[in-house]
Design a protein around this ligand. Sequence first.
Ligand SMILES: [Zn+2]
Length: 170
Amino acid sequence: MSVDIPKTEREWLKAFPEAKDTIKGYIADAREEIITIIDRQTQYKRDILGWNDRWLLDLAIEMTDNSINRLEKRIRRWQFLLARPKKGDQYNVEQAKRVPIADLYEGQLRPVGGRLQGKCPFHDEKTPSFVVYIEQNKFHCFGCNERGDSIDFIQKRDGVGFLEAVKKLT
Ligand SMILES: [Zn+2]
């Protein structure tokens, strides 16, 4: 008698479907970390007038950008793992992520301190607490705590999965 031991991540996930929730938790945590970093970057840039050494700011931005890239790569791998893409299908994630969130947003966004601000499309509110970081093309609602990139925006807005959202954007 032989026992099949899962070899790939995908096989493990099939054997232990409850691990999906854990991975979803990882994705949510990584997203939170990215927004925290972007908030910090925005702060650095706003305070640049008080800096004598421009190179120090550049270094800080570069280091934080690297952290964001690392986190995004991890998120993408997890998302593909959960989404189970069909063989042979092409998903242009990079292209999808570059679609400006400001273009997907319906309504009025106004510039506030290097970011765009408007009413949140994901919860009912009177005071705008939805923020778009133009440069990084990320959003964060300080009211309902929804956050992410253009793919997350479409997933949430249209109630579709990761791959479906990528397709809609490309
Ligand atoms: Zn919200």
